[in-house]
Design a protein around this ligand. Structure first.
Ligand code: OSB
Ligand code: MG
Length: 368
């Protein structure tokens, strides 16, 4: 299939909540949307890189430069036999998984629409609805934390993830556990601790957490393996896993018992499926993470999380939690903690062009 035109539209959307993590506070998202056109069809993706490199190294400015100068011209060069061929052409460029994922994911959507199949079928998915949890930012007080957790449990979310950082950890988890003795609880430190603080983290063992997400450095594996020896609670890696190779190495050395897969963090659907398969070969479960996506990235994540080893609840919460108004026309809403998988071709959502026009802050086209 030939891609004849690529358009990037950068939009800015206000979040409905203030999202505080150990690495900063977010109140809106700047989202580069990619539209690939070919054969009278369109395929969509969104970039999850951030203005500043606070999650991983990638930034919006860096990604836009690479897309405009290198990745999109390359995508328009050839008549691709399948998404595998396009992914192979992007592979020689090092790192920049989120930028490459934009191209790969939009092409998967275009390809699936061309074949008139939902993306999950082409990826080998087996699920029509997904168990979902919710990721809650650091709140203003313990009381507010308990109230927020309670509200989301009432909405049916099957797992609550609390953001922690030094000084906001054990007492929060203790209070939430006391208020909700049976809830599935996890914590996410976004790399806020060092191995020297292992004892603070071991103090969390008594609260029956499902896992502790990314306690140590964003690119570390070996210190996590050391830490895991000192913890009963399984470690879940997020930032550190950027490929099937890093997933295999992490599982082989005991740095993780669980993996948070983010399709965009590992470079797209093909690599995400490889990470899923590696974890399965180690007998370890995965779950689908999130980057506060709009309906575009959210729909991709939902499609990808239909594979068999996504057994733990993901961060693919209802779109209405994040946005007063989404950039897609279709609602992506969970009920009773289950997110239905769209059944239409491709990722199963369409763009709300009127709204996108209103919130557009930049963009460019290649080809066409
Ligand atoms: O660490 O999982 C993370 C959001 C932005 C960046 C990193 C993370 C997160 C979340 C929110 O935890 C997940 C979501 O609701 O999309
Ligand atoms: Mg995380």
């Amino acid at each position: 299939m030939k891609i004849t035109e690529a358009e990037v539209i950068i939009v800015e959307l206000p979040l409905k909540f203030r999202f505080e993590t150990s690495f900063g506070v977010q109140t809106s998202r700047i989202v580069p949307l990619l539209i690939l056109r070919g054969d009278g069809l369109e395929g969509y993706s969104e970039g999850v890189m951030t203005p500043l490199p606070r999650y991983r190294e990638e930034t919006i400015a860096g990604a836009m430069d690479l897309l405009q100068r290198v990745f999109l011209p390359l995508a328009l060069e050839r008549d691709w036999a399948n998404p595998e061929e396009l992914a192979a052409a992007l592979a020689p460029y090092r790192g920049n998984q989120m930028a490459k994922a934009m191209v790969e994911m939009a092409f998967w959507d275009l390809w699936a629409r061309y074949l008139e199949e939902p993306l999950w079928k082409l990826l080998g998915g087996v699920r029509q609805e997904l168990p979902v949890g919710v990721s809650l930012g650091v709140q203003k007080s313990l009381e507010e934390t308990i109230a927020t957790v309670g509200r989301h449990l009432e909405q049916g979310y099957r797992r609550i993830k609390l953001k922690i950082k030094p000084g906001w950890d054990v007492q929060v988890v203790a209070a939430v556990r006391q208020a909700f003795p049976d809830a599935h609880l996890t914590v996410d430190a976004n790399s806020a601790y060092t191995l020297a603080q292992a004892r603070n983290l071991a103090a969390l063992d008594q609260y029956g957490l499902d896992y502790i997400e990314q306690p140590l450095e964003f690119d570390d594996i070996l210190d996590h393996a050391e830490l895991q020896k000192k913890l009963q609670t399984p470690i879940c890696l997020d930032e550190s896993i950027t490929s099937a190779r890093s997933a295999r190495q992490a599982l082989a050395v005991g740095a993780a018992g669980v993996i948070n897969v983010k399709v965009a963090r590992v470079g797209g659907h093909l690599e995400a499926r490889r990470v899923h398969d590696v974890a399965l070969s180690f007998g370890r479960p995965v779950w689908m993470g999130g980057m506060l996506e709009t309906g575009v990235g959210r729909a991709h994540n939902i499609q990808a999380a239909t594979l068999a080893n996504y057994v733990l609840p993901g961060d693919t919460s209802s779109a209405s939690r994040y946005w007063e108004k989404d950039v897609v026309n279709e609602p992506l809403e969970a009920t009773g903690g289950l997110m239905p998988v769209p059944s239409g071709p491709g990722i199963g959502v369409s763009l709300d062009w009127d709204y996108i026009g209103k919130i557009r802050v930049g963009g460019f086209s290649v080809g066409g």
